[in-house]
Write a protein of this length. Structure first.
Length: 379
């Protein structure tokens, strides 16, 4: 089973597509659950096959060594009891601070939407700069809230900016709020809820994407199971994830026998997938829609797409949503807000300085400004 460890909260992210077949999800008003990849039954089946089995290695050791191993296993059991205590206290602490954050996010939403007008706050004065008198233009008085707040915040995040196409701008201007919600009955799962004002593109007032996670029963690691999404109810002719293409088939081609010509050319209209931010809500949870025949997508490619999709969800949950104003102003992107991204950026600079050493045979350090994608924090 391939996987990825480390990162924030020591969250582990693992996939196994060896026994999984991705099927197109059925359309419906509710989130689709039935035909998306689920790893839980497969993992449970494999674990059941291993229960009670012994490799025989322990029995081959000298009796005193076996006893020492038993002593270590006793210590391990004590450690697991402490782990359980830690988890309970951590969950209580996280719940406490979620409740403290909640009213702040509510106030933020009110200011962004224009429902609430904050008291006047004097701009910060920069050292050596003469104070300027703020001039309020007449047209500014009619501006409600902070227009295009979430669109701008997402555009300042490198990964999301690459997903947002020009045709996505208008519908994303109607995005009024992004919330993270926990999933009832699933301790580690979470939902991303996007709220939209009325717009000419789709009927939905909210679009939700849920990442279902579970704790490995044997190792205690948090693992990805599946993802479910709202179906976008596109208005007629407004589906931004598809384009209509006219193709010509047939024509003056030789027949099978006797050199007869083929029939008259036929013109057909078909729909093709196109890049769009709204592919984020594909029922399969993949960032880009798979071709109808699904050819050319092997296990590795599918795993990579699913992992990228999951990491985008984590970035929105842990990095963008809690610090939205810093992404709106661009400060977060400029300062390398995420710790891991900042460290990778520093390594990248060292790599540039090491180019001279490379001439002598040493390999330069590598890194990118964006760095590795963030791991999800445990709930």
């Amino acid at each position: 089973m391939s996987g990825k460890k480390g990162g924030k909260g020591n969250q582990n992210f693992q996939f196994n597509f060896a026994d999984v077949k991705v099927e197109k999800a059925d359309k419906g008003d509710k989130e689709t659950d039935d035909k998306v990849p689920s790893l839980v039954p497969m993992v449970q089946k494999r674990l059941q096959n291993l229960v009670g089995q012994s490799s025989g290695y322990l029995e081959s050791l000298p009796p005193k060594v076996q006893n020492r191993v038993r002593a270590l296993k006793k210590l391990q059991k004590e450690k697991e009891e402490i782990d359980e205590e830690y988890k309970k206290e951590r969950e209580a602490l996280e719940k406490k601070f979620r409740e403290k954050f909640a009213p702040l996010y509510t106030k933020r939403t009110g200011i962004i939407s224009g429902a609430d007008e904050p008291a006047w706050i004097e701009p910060e004065k920069k050292e050596g700069e003469e104070p300027k008198k703020e001039e309020v233009k007449k047209e500014d008085e009619n501006v409600k809230g902070i227009p295009n707040f979430w669109l701008t915040a997402l555009q300042h995040h490198q990964d999301f900016s690459e997903l947002i196409m020009e045709q996505d701008h208008k519908p994303l201007e109607s995005l009024t709020n992004v919330e993270v919600k926990l999933v009832d009955g699933e301790q580690h799962s979470f939902s991303l809820e996007f709220t939209f004002s009325e717009n000419p593109y789709f009927e939905n007032a909210t679009l939700t994407k849920t990442y279902h996670l579970f704790e490995h029963p044997a190792y205690g690691e948090i693992m990805f199971d599946r993802v479910t999404s709202s179906e976008i109810k596109w208005k007629t002719g407004k589906n931004l994830t598809k384009k209509t293409v006219t193709k010509t088939t047939g024509g003056n081609r030789g027949g099978r026998r006797g050199g007869k010509k083929g029939g008259a050319p036929k013109t057909v209209t078909v729909e093709e997938n196109v890049p769009s931010f709204f592919n984020f809500f594909n029922p399969d949870g993949l960032m880009l829609a798979l071709p109808d025949d699904e050819e050319g997508f092997g296990e590795e490619e599918m795993e990579g797409m699913m992992e990228f999709d999951y990491e985008l969800g984590c970035a929105l949950k842990d990095v963008v949503m809690p610090n939205a104003v810093l992404w709106y102003t661009g400060e977060a992107a400029e300062s390398g807000f995420d710790d891991e991204e900042g460290e990778e950026g520093e390594e990248g600079e060292e790599g540039e300085e090491g180019e001279e050493d490379d001439e002598e045979g040493a390999e330069p350090a590598t890194g990118t400004a964006q760095g590795e994608k963030p791991e999800c924090k445990q709930q």
